[in-house]
Design a protein around this ligand. Sequence first.
Ligand SMILES: Nc1ncnc2c1ncn2[C@@H]1O[C@H](COP(=O)(O)OP(=O)(O)OP(=O)(O)O)[C@@H](O)[C@H]1O
Ligand SMILES: [Mg+2]
Length: 249
Amino acid sequence: MAVLAKDQEPLVRCDDAARTYGRGSGAVVAVHGATCTVPPGARIAVVGPSGSGKSTLLHLMAGLDRPTAGRVSHPGLTTTGDGLARHIGMVFQGPSLLPPLTAVENVALPLRIDGVPEAEATARARAALDSLHLDSLAEKLPDELSAGQAQRVAVARVLARRPRLVLADEPTGQLDRETGRHVLAVLLAAAAELGAGVVISTHDPRVADELDTRWHMADGRLVRPGEKTEAEPEAEPVGDQRKSLGGPR
Ligand SMILES: Nc1ncnc2c1ncn2[C@@H]1O[C@H](COP(=O)(O)OP(=O)(O)OP(=O)(O)O)[C@@H](O)[C@H]1O
Ligand SMILES: [Mg+2]
């Protein structure tokens, strides 16, 4: 078996990872056994209908939720010794800014928690906000922002931290077409500069088209296009595979 260099190890590996909410007759299987990997530099779209398990899968991959069966590991991120969370940036689908903090304070907070000195954290936060054309909103409180502006601040908060894996849950869901394109372009450019992997859940085919690989979810299963969802999954989430990144292992 080929031995991968540490920097080529997958950022995330899901081995038959499942997540069930609740128990007994009320149990909901949000994700059936999913097996997939996200290699360094991968750019993956997760598409599928509402309720198909996209957010749940992203939360499992972020380590924010634990699988109820199977395993999620981060071989490429657990080698540096300074904590997994440091390397993973999650853009949440819903509101996630802290209400008492201004936009720039929200973006700077994770950096301060990482130990970045205040002046540098603020400068990096402002640069991230600038890159998303949000400089004029830096001193606003979340309540004073539109849903789309707040979502863009959440993207800035992730990019300012320079993660090695970006998991973005519908990051353009609240945005008009032009703004959505801009946010995606900034996100992908930042990821390319950092050499980060990107996984974006989206309902927008235009967003999915910008990425290299497409994973489909249906009823909690990762499936190939055209594959019957009733069938037991053959494990690999294979999309259009126009480029080979992010494919099955
Ligand atoms: N905390 C929870 N408790 C119980 N069921 C949940 C919970 N979170 C999600 N679910 C259920 O799990 C399934 C998958 O939800 P999930 O949010 O992952 O879907 P999604 O594909 O992200 O949908 P959307 O496109 O609407 O964001 C749904 O049936 C949902 O009702
Ligand atoms: Mg969702």
